[in-house]
Design a binder for this molecule. Structure first.
Ligand SMILES: CC(C)(COP(=O)(O)OP(=O)(O)OC[C@H]1O[C@@H](n2cnc3c(N)ncnc32)[C@H](O)[C@@H]1OP(=O)(O)O)[C@@H](O)C(=O)NCCC(=O)NCCS
Length: 219
């Protein structure tokens, strides 16, 4: 589990599949995933069992900290231990979109990839017209990497897809700013301030960027 001030990510459980079923059968949402909005409960259950020991992916429920209410899902996929990279994607249920949950949930997912899985690169694919997605990824520090021409068939036509990525070095530079915004637990932040109230809105260059190992070595 990884926790922010408002949202947390926890491993997706079998009893979350009804919520996933709703998301995966939403036509608009699945267009943004380049997938067909057609998945039965049985298929989801089979996939869940099949992937239970699959170390190349992590599937999370995004839920509110206080109520435990699910608002979306976030996945880290194609986790590649040799080349230390993975793909990330996020869905916020359309009932909860536009309330900042996408932004906060995404930050927690990126933190998991870099600070827990110790990856070097995280990448994603998005439709160039996906404005909320683009805003979130640029806010976190993702950069455009390349454009894949006519990569997917969406809503009756082949469409270009933007690939974006973030490297660990960029994450380390952005982590302090994002920690202040999302309030995730951070050993680094705790060495700076005892409580979240004491964490000022610092410019990125003023925020310490030492890793846990560097802090331990320096001690
Ligand atoms: C993309 C998605 C995750 C965004 O989640 P969200 O909770 O709605 O996003 P947020 O509320 O955190 O808003 C993020 C930014 O987008 C903006 N935004 C939200 N909805 C918007 C809309 N309909 N049009 C334009 N901008 C919008 C917000 O104002 C915010 O920008 P700001 O920080 O500059 O104010 C969500 O819309 C979704 O699940 N879409 C379907 C699946 C999808 O596209 N996933 C990503 C695939 S790459």
């Amino acid at each position: 589990m990884i926790k922010g001030e408002i949202l947390q990510l926890r491993a997706l459980e079998k009893n979350d599949l009804a919520f996933l079923h709703e998301l995966h059968n939403n036509y608009k949402t699945m267009n943004y995933f380049f997938e067909e909005p057609y998945e039965t409960t049985r298929e989801l259950e089979d996939l869940f069992e099949k992937h239970i020991h699959n170390q190349t992916e992590r599937r999370f429920l995004i839920q509110e900290v206080i109520t435990g209410h699910p608002v979306g899902v976030l996945s880290l996929m194609e986790i590649d231990e040799i080349n230390r990279k993975c793909e990330i994607d996020i869905i916020i249920h359309d009932k909860f979109q536009g309330q900042g949950f996408g932004k906060q949930g995404f930050v927690l997912g990126v933190k998991y990839a870099f600070d827990i899985l110790n990856l070097e690169k995280v990448y994603l694919l998005l439709l160039p017209g996906n404005t909320p997605g683009m805003k979130i990824y640029e806010y976190v520090g993702f950069k455009k990497e390349c454009r894949l021409r006519k990569e997917y068939f969406v809503n009756g036509e082949y469409v270009d897809v933007q690939r974006m990525c973030m490297f660990r070095t960029q994450w380390v530079r952005q982590r302090g700013r994002l920690q202040c915004d999302v309030g995730f637990d951070s050993f680094v932040a705790k060495t700076v301030a005892r409580s979240r109230r004491d964490v000022p809105k610092m410019p990125p260059e003023a925020v310490p960027t030492m890793t846990l190992m560097e802090v331990v070595k320096a001690a």
